[in-house]
Design a protein around this ligand. Structure first.
Ligand code: ATP
Length: 260
């Protein structure tokens, strides 16, 4: 179970000063639920997922995984989650087997338990052909499989997937979506971000639409489409963003008017 309450994150960069990447968001992901985070570039998706996966600390608010506050007990949280991002760096010199077993050992898997789990994951993902291939010589699709294997080797109940199919050709992306679907069918709680509407429509029980660090809408896709009379997720997404921009425009004009 994932619980996020009034979560905010500010960054400081020299060009823009203080940037609010995530602005007071709250949501929940029930056990066994697949929830999609949807939003344009810069909406705050990666920042939210990185806070949940203990890579970043929130500026304010609380995030919990299975009741554990992510910034208070990060190691406990890491045992319960598998995090995968399209930009996850893998070590070039390690083979697929070495890399996944290294991550397994970080989660206290060892000996026969580790070997059994590795065999199961390598079979499941079809990775036996390149067990001994170093990362430097792998295709993008192979690397993506290693990233998934690395995220699930300890069989975590919660998966946090940041644009898992970006940079993949449609065949590899489709195979990956099928694997994610299998994980969902096993009862994993999955929070994923993606720009691929078809994947969100296929996998997610619920979507959360983020824009400028805030939640514009959330709910089961069918309900949202009916409520906004949108024919597709694409339409829903663009309508919501247009509405939000339209609401923001008059106040911007008022501010501008006030200066003249
Ligand atoms: N380390 C950082 N320092 C400064 N600003 C940052 C940092 N990380 C993210 N941001 C800013 O926070 C905002 C949200 O970024 P984030 O990466 O969370 O968005 P996103 O929804 O994942 O976008 P994308 O779809 O492009 O990956 C952006 O304005 C981004 O430039």
């Amino acid at each position: 179970m994932i619980v996020v309450e009034h979560l905010s994150k500010q960054f400081f960069d020299l060009r823009r000063g203080h940037v609010t990447a995530v602005n007071d968001i709250s949501f929940r992901c029930a056990q066994g639920e697949v929830v999609g985070l949807l939003g344009p570039n810069g909406a705050g998706k990666t920042t939210t997922l990185r806070i949940l996966s203990t890579i970043l600390k929130p500026s304010s608010g609380v995030a919990r995984i299975d009741g554990i506050q992510v910034d208070q007990a990060p190691e406990e949280v890491r045992r319960r989650i598998g995090y995968m991002s399209a930009s996850t760096q893998l070590y070039d010199r390690m083979t697929a087997w070495e890399l996944v077993s290294f991550f397994g050992s970080l989660y206290d898997l060892e000996g026969e338990r580790l070997t059994q789990r590795m065999e199961a994951v390598f079979d499941w993902l079809g990775m036996n052909d390149f067990r001994d291939v170093p990362v430097a010589k792998m295709s993008t699709g192979m690397k993506q499989k290693v990233s998934i294997a690395r995220a699930v080797v300890h069989d975590p109940p919660v998966l946090i997937l940041d644009e898992p199919t970006s940079n993949l050709d449609i065949l590899v992306a489709r195979a990956l979506v099928e694997r994610i679907e299998e994980l969902a069918n096993q009862g994993k709680t999955i929070l994923l971000s993606s720009h691929t509407m078809a994947m969100i429509e296929r996998l997610c029980h619920r979507v959360i639409i983020l824009y400028k660090g805030m939640i514009l809408e959330s709910g089961p896709l069918k309900e949202l489409k009916a409520r906004y009379k949108a024919a597709s997720l694409d339409d829903l997404f663009f309508d919501l963003i247009d509405q939000c921009d339209a609401c923001a425009a008059p106040s911007a004009m008022t501010a501008a008017d006030a200066l003249t």
